[in-house]
Ligand binder design. Structure first.
Ligand code: DOR
Length: 436
């Protein structure tokens, strides 16, 4: 990881409001970081190098299990450098890179080269997901054992559902024997024939819709197969109330976890009325009852965590009518602020639950970070909960600008991000007042 060696040997973060529900921390404290790890949490700590953050919150760094950094192949949209800079600007200290790239990450050589590039080019921890099927075609399984040996962290065909339950079942069995978790994008392509949610707004706009059943039927199939095969399965970007309920039903019957996205928690298919292709995404934005259903499921822990599905696209792929626009939104840089503004400030989800859902729970899933624990990695996010700002192209660090929140006012902002003890994002620069 670039610049890690730039971390001071020891740093004391003073007067932070430390919030880590996983380790029962919630109050003003000082945190000593030493050699990339948390060395001490307490009061009145002093050191040769200090960062006074009076008034700011300190959380375990966020972990995003779903990111498209478009590398290899579409570095014009995002690169490891720019994607990791965007992640750091959003307070993320770890992410999982999806394999729907050009070429697809479906061979050991490609995994090996990505792992090497991440080491050199990423500011944050980045785990490589290899493909479940060669070319994401849903036909021939990848060589999962070899992929794991060369550094793959999990497998996924994200971006596409798997057409045949038989093929998916074999994939789960193989993934299990190779010791790899499977991340599933649940979409039945026989039902998903449209480009937005099949509801009143689709009808009014005359845009072809895909029914919620396209997601629900695929989710049900995936869960049944997970229960039968014993594979470790993660259902990503759950967007309907019924799919969330299905996940809940299978929680005690299968090794299953699930996430939903900031956009499915905060936006609805009312945006179809804009006729703006910016708002095309897979799965599509849903009606309020689904947004509320997934929000309740996240609040209650039925959905384990938030993942952004950070999906950069070039302007010429987005500035188009819905039917022609590429699906996907930027996610890293606005995730926390959008959820804090829309869920925490409105009283729907508590701040500790949001931190649990963005840091602790996905950190447990990847097995690294997500907690402020003595001896654990010094992966941290510093946040100003009171700052108000407007999302604009000029505020975005990503190489793309397809954020669904462009022009929106949000409350709370990431001020700094620390990975392995090193400040990899520092929005206020000198204002931190590091005393060395
Ligand atoms: O909207 C989406 N965009 N959903 C996906 O699952 C894939 C992603 C992409 O790669 O652009």
């Amino acid at each position: 990881m670039s610049g890690r060696n730039g971390a001071p040997e020891e740093l004391v973060i003073r007067h932070a409001h430390v919030l880590d529900p996983g380790n029962r921390l919630d109050g003003v404290a000082d945190v000593r970081l030493r050699e990339g790890r948390v060395a001490e949490v307490g009061e009145g700590l002093r050191g040769a190098c200090e960062l006074d953050v009076d008034g700011l919150h300190l959380f375990p760094g966020f972990v995003d299990v779903h990111a498209h950094w478009r590398t290899p192949g579409r570095e014009d949209e995002e690169s490891i450098e720019s994607g990791s800079a965007a992640a750091a600007a959003g307070g993320f200290t770890g992410i999982v890179m999806m394999p729907n790239t050009e070429p697809v990450v479906d061979r050991p050589l490609i995994v090996e080269s990505l792992v090497r590039r991440v080491e050199k080019e990423s500011r944050v921890r980045a785990y490589v997901s290899a493909a479940l099927h060669a070319g994401l075609k849903g036909e021939r399984l990848t060589e999962m054992r070899l992929l794991r040996e060369t550094g793959a962290f999990c497998v996924s065909d994200d971006g596409l559902g798997t057409a045949s339950a038989g093929v998916l079942r074999n994939g789960m069995l193989y993934a299990r024997s190779a010791g790899l978790p499977v991340i599933l994008h649940c979409e039945d392509h026989a039902l998903a024939t449209g480009v937005v949610h099949d509801g009143a707004y689709a009808a009014l706009a005359g845009i072809p819709g895909s029914p919620a059943s396209a997601e629900d039927a695929a989710t049900a199939t995936a869960l049944v197969l997970a229960a039968e095969t014993g594979a470790k399965v993660h259902i990503t970007h759950v967007s309907t109330a019924l799919s969330a309920a299905l996940v809940g039903f299978f929680k005690r019957r299968a090794d299953v976890s699930a996430d939903t996205t900031p956009h499915h928690l905060t936006l609805t298919d009312g945006l179809v009325a804009t006729l703006d292709g910016l708002f095309r995404v897979n799965p599509p934005l849903r009606p309020e009852k689904d947004r509320d259903g997934v929000t309740d499921a996240l609040r209650d822990g039925v959905l384990d965590f938030v993942a952004t599905d950070h999906a950069p696209h070039a302007p010429e792929e987005k500035e188009l009518p819905f039917e022609e626009a590429a699906p996907g939104f930027l996610g890293h840089e606005t995730a926390f602020a959008a959820l804090y503004t829309e869920l925490v400030l409105r009283g729907t989800v508590s701040l500790p639950r949001l931190v649990e859902a963005m840091s602790c729970s996905p950190g447990r899933w990847v097995g690294e970070g997500g907690g402020i624990l003595v001896g654990g990695p010094a992966d941290l996010a510093l946040i100003d909960l009171s700052e108000e700002w407007t999302v604009g192209r000029e505020t975005l660090v990503s190489r793309s600008s397809n954020s669904p929140y462009l022009g929106r006012g949000l409350t709370s902002r990431v001020v700094g991000t620390i990975v392995g003890g090193e400040l990899v994002y520092d929005r206020l620069g000198a204002k931190f007042g590091v005393r060395a």
